[in-house]
Ligand binder design. Structure first.
Ligand SMILES: Nc1ncnc2c1ncn2[C@@H]1O[C@H](COP(=O)(O)OP(=O)(O)OP(=O)(O)O)[C@@H](O)[C@H]1O
Ligand SMILES: [Mg+2]
Length: 286
């Protein structure tokens, strides 16, 4: 545990030292932050109408729970994700970032589950518009975790073969999923292709989400995530308790921080919590 703590400390120092602007498919005009632009941002902006056109999907609570997706409603189980949400949004707002990748050194660390929980947690703030985009094309798992059975294959939109809307599903008024039912054969090539970058930029321009969360492949398994990482503003690294090694975390943190802004390392599947880490569990829920 101490070694993971020191990796987290190292990541924090490297974050303080570096800043990586995201690569976009086209140059964007610089946004000037003035009181007037902030007031304009608070006006109703028509996003609700645009989001309403996306096909609605209502996941079953039992399916979500069985995949440990719990943050769709407030309560003790949502607290850890609400805390990540708040820290994430704070850092992203402060830096005017909108795209975050969630990744891990090896497979099975809990990326998909964390992405879904954080997305649901943010979407409980009804003024926030969230897109969760699945980019782990070798082992797509988001549709299954949500119980989504429609013929969704967002990779086809990224290849420019289909309109993105065909593969998008909306939960409530402010959360959109872009998921895949099947694996894709050449994910790294797809993800670093110009078409995929343009499709994502167009999607962001049309729907204007406050945050795009990207569920990615494990960093050490292949080059899929590194191929894409310069298209996000920042990344969150997930460490799996009792499995991720200090060497793996160190390597991933170095690779990520050379290309993007590393928000931090999140320790998942931790069986042993100290009392102060669990103190919110019984605090103030009706
Ligand atoms: N905090 C946790 N406690 C217990 N089990 C967990 C936790 N987080 C994830 N899991 C379980 O671990 C398994 C892997 O989770 P998940 O699919 O989210 O990982 P992943 O990193 O996305 O995997 P992959 O690399 O294959 O995409 C799932 O069965 C999930 O339910
Ligand atoms: Mg996954």
């Amino acid at each position: 545990m101490e070694r993971i703590q020191s990796a987290i400390e190292k990541a924090r120092k490297s974050r303080a030292a570096n800043s990586h602007p995201r690569v976009t498919s086209k140059a964007e005009p610089a946004q000037v932050d003035t009181p007037m632009s902030r007031a304009a941002a608070r006006q109703p902006d028509g996003r609700k109408d645009i989001w309403k056109d996306v096909t609605l999907f209502e996941p079953r609570e039992t399916v979500l729970r069985s995949h440990r997706i719990l943050a769709f409603e407030p309560g003790p189980d949502a607290v850890p994700y609400d805390m990540i949400r708040t820290k994430l949004l704070h850092q992203m707002r402060a830096n005017k970032w909108s795209r975050v990748a969630i990744t891990s050194p090896t497979s099975g660390s809990g990326k998909t589950m964390t992405c879904a929980n954080v997305a649901f947690s943010i979407a409980r703030q009804t003024d926030m518009f969230v897109m969760l985009v699945e980019l782990d094309m070798r082992r797509p798992a988001l549709a299954k975790a949500l119980g989504l059975k429609d013929d969704c294959q967002f990779s086809r939109a990224l290849l420019g073969e289909d309109e993105p809307e065909k593969h998008l599903r909306r939960y409530g008024s402010n959360l959109i999923f872009a998921a895949n039912q099947n694996a894709e054969r050449h994910p790294a090539e797809l993800l670093q292709g110009v078409t995929a970058a343009e499709v994502l930029d167009e999607l962001e321009k049309k729907y204007r989400p406050d945050i795009m969360i990207f569920d990615t492949a494990p960093l050490l398994a292949n080059d899929d995530t590194i191929a894409f990482i310069d298209q996000v503003d920042c990344a969150l690294l997930i460490a799996e308790a009792e499995r991720s090694t200090i060497h793996e975390l160190d390597k991933c943190e170095q690779d990520l921080s050379a290309r993007t802004n590393v928000l931090g390392v999140m320790l998942n599947k931790c069986r042993y919590l100290s009392s102060h880490e669990d103190y919110g569990r019984d605090y103030g829920y009706l």
